[in-house]
Design a protein around this ligand. Structure first.
Ligand code: MF3
Ligand code: CO
Length: 263
């Protein structure tokens, strides 16, 4: 069993450090939020985010990870995750998931927010709102004594009545000194199954929800992951820690929301 196969439990001081990394991600997403408007090139957003992370003594976690070229994953419309920033311009009516990772003081922060570009269709608005809501439901059951299966089940059961596709090929993950650690955190599952949630766990929960089918395919670039039917997809991610005091959400949308609420 390799070192990454075990679940690394964190001390309170490690969790404090992870929270700092997560905070830097939150502030970076706040900077990105200011740029979300029609006509802005994805590569420009990526550059601003990278500069912001480096200016705050962090390293973009994604850059160079298995050869990934960007600092952010910018996934527009039918792109589910891992969209590589290029010269594409944001357009009115797009939805774009911005996934950001920052490495600071030896630990990774990693989370994601899906933005609306200008005015979006009602269909997309509901998809985004419900994806975010599914994450909040999952966080509620991510508590000591429950299991990782309970977390996945919370996403899946909340989404079911809307007949959206819950992506199965990708999942959330433990996080700490490495961006991807055990346990895997699927967005589906049976209650009471999977690893038990215990004190010291830190993991990312990240529902990826498609308007149409759950099925996805990867482009020739080996990264860009799209819905097979070309319908839009939304993605939200939070980072949680299980502590003696309970479940703490280390990530925050505060900086994003401050910007969005001013628009
Ligand atoms: N948030 C993404 C994940 O959890 C980040 C990986 S993007 C990569 O998998 F490019 F770094 F791989
Ligand atoms: Co992640």
């Amino acid at each position: 069993m390799g070192i990454l196969d075990r679940i690394h439990l964190k001390t309170d001081s490690e969790i404090e450090l992870i929270k700092q990394s997560s905070l830097l991600v939150g502030k970076t997403l706040g900077e990105v939020a200011k740029l979300i408007m029609p006509g802005v090139p994805l590569l420009y957003i990526d550059r601003i985010a990278e500069e912001f992370i480096r200016d705050h003594h962090g390293i973009p976690s994604f850059k160079g990870y298995n050869g990934y070229p960007g600092s952010l994953c910018l996934s527009v419309n039918d792109v589910v995750v891992h969209g590589i920033p290029d010269n594409t311009l944001l357009q009115e009516g797009d939805i774009v998931s911005v996934d950001c990772g920052a490495y600071l003081n030896g630990y990774h922060g990693d989370y994601c927010y899906t933005f609306a570009v200008g005015t979006i269709s009602e269909e997309k608005r509901l998809l985004v709102e419900r994806t975010k809501e599914s994450l909040l439901h999952a966080i509620k059951v991510a508590v000591k004594g429950n299991t990782i299966g309970d977390v996945g089940h919370a996403v899946e059961s909340y989404i079911k009545p809307f007949h959206y596709g819950v992506v199965r090929d990708l999942c959330g993950h433990g996080i700490g000194k490495n961006m991807h650690e055990k346990p895997d955190v699927p967005n589906y599952g049976k209650p009471g199954t999977g690893p038990k949630i215990v004190e010291g766990m830190v993991f990312c929960i990240e529902p990826m929800i498609n308007l149409g089918t759950y099925q996805v395919k990867v482009d020739a670039d080996q990264w860009t992951t799209r819905t097979v039917d070309g319908k839009p997809s939304a993605h939200f991610e939070h980072q949680v820690a299980i502590t003696a005091k309970g479940t703490e959400v280390l990530s925050t949308y505060q900086y994003v929301e401050e910007v969005i609420n001013q628009k």
